[in-house]
Ligand binder design. Structure first.
Ligand SMILES: NC(=O)c1ccc[n+]([C@@H]2O[C@H](COP(=O)([O-])OP(=O)(O)OC[C@H]3O[C@@H](n4cnc5c(N)ncnc54)[C@H](OP(=O)(O)O)[C@@H]3O)[C@@H](O)[C@H]2O)c1
Length: 298
């Protein structure tokens, strides 16, 4: 299959592109920095600056991952606008590509996030759970709605509501490891908030599963079947690193340091991957112990 990936240079995208390439697919990537992108992507990847640059090389499938990092900076009004626009503009470009191609792609797998549900406390969250209205929900809802605008062109659209992605060279773990290795880790706030997580390899496998299964469309929770609370995550990570993790970060300090963005750290959703499991997908890393063992044991 000829697959166009946006955000192909990112933490998830790099692994996805390598995987698709190894499996013999043709990989196309839209990147704002094509030179840098060619340096991190498999040899032979066709890298162009814009999605619409691929009008003359129509993809059969699209994976849409691009977006300004959510937890990268404090959420000033300007930063919130960047979070929204970076996602909507790329997704709109994908929809425009679909509208202008004589033979539109068969499938679009488009990223969304657990933030779609907003803060859900301890409730079990499936794809049917009504969201809690807040900034991250509205962001994900517009992102998903924009992706679905490809449907009238005959494109099957699958939305992946991604949990915290765990892998060895980036993402949340890369930020957590230095303080934890120094014994300075600890629960965030009460530690009772749920942290749905997924091993990066399982997310890549799930995206490929959705590319390949013609009958699957709509939203899919992309997180392992055993979500944990922040306190449990902290204990498990500390055990793997053989370090204490007794220094809690109080909620007020996180709010002071990160402003509204602290909600990402202090709230969560006990997400269950109901629809993808019903479709027959099996996780290689269903448990956190096993996932961290693989990642940290390298
Ligand atoms: N990692 C997680 O834990 C997690 C959790 C939930 C949801 N997600 C979502 O899944 C997607 C992929 O995650 P990731 O961790 O691989 O993301 P990432 O490493 O932050 O990379 C995303 C890519 O998006 C592009 N990008 C960054 N800022 C942009 C901007 N302002 N405008 C346009 N493009 C921009 C970059 O590509 P170029 O520089 O090559 O253009 C970057 O490589 C993201 O949309 C993210 O929100 C991730």
């Amino acid at each position: 299959m000829r697959v166009l990936v946006t955000g192909g240079t990112g933490f998830v995208g790099r692994r996805l592109c390598a995987d698709l390439h190894e499996a013999g697919h043709e990989v196309l990537v839209a990147s704002r920095s094509p030179e840098r992108a060619r340096g991190v992507l498999p040899a032979g990847t066709d890298v162009r600056p814009q999605v619409l640059d691929f009008l003359d090389r129509p993809p059969e499938g699209v994976v849409n991952l691009a977006g300004e990092p959510i937890a990268g900076k404090r959420w000033s009004e300007a930063q919130k606008q960047r979070l929204v626009e970076s996602r909507l503009e790329t997704t709109q470009a994908v929809v425009e590509l679909c509208s202008r191609l004589e033979q539109p792609p068969q499938v679009l797998v488009s990223a969304s996030a657990m933030g779609y549900y907003g803060d859900q406390g301890e409730r079990v969250v499936t794809e049917q759970t009504p969201p809690h209205d807040e900034f991250v929900h509205r962001l994900c809802e517009r992102w998903e709605r924009t992706a679905r605008e490809a449907e009238p062109y005959g494109v099957r659209v699958a939305l992946v509501r991604i949990g915290i992605v765990l892998g060895h060279d980036g993402g949340t773990l890369e930020r957590l490891l230095p303080p934890f290795r120094l014994g300075l880790g600890g629960p965030l706030g009460s530690g009772r908030q749920y942290m749905p997580w997924i091993h990066r390899q399982d997310l890549v496998r799930m995206i490929r599963f959705l590319l390949e299964h013609d009958e699957l469309s709509g939203p899919f929770n992309a997180s392992a079947p055993a979500p944990v609370t922040n306190a449990e995550f902290t204990r498990t990570l500390a055990r793997h690193l053989r370090r204490p993790a007794l220094l809690p970060a109080p909620a007020f300090a996180l709010r002071l340091a990160f402003g509204e963005m602290a909600r990402v750290l202090l709230t969560g959703a006990r997400m269950q991957p109901e629809r993808i499991q019903q479709a027959g997908f099996e996780f290689e890393y269903p448990g956190l112990d096993q996932a961290l063992g693989e990642i940290l044991g390298r």
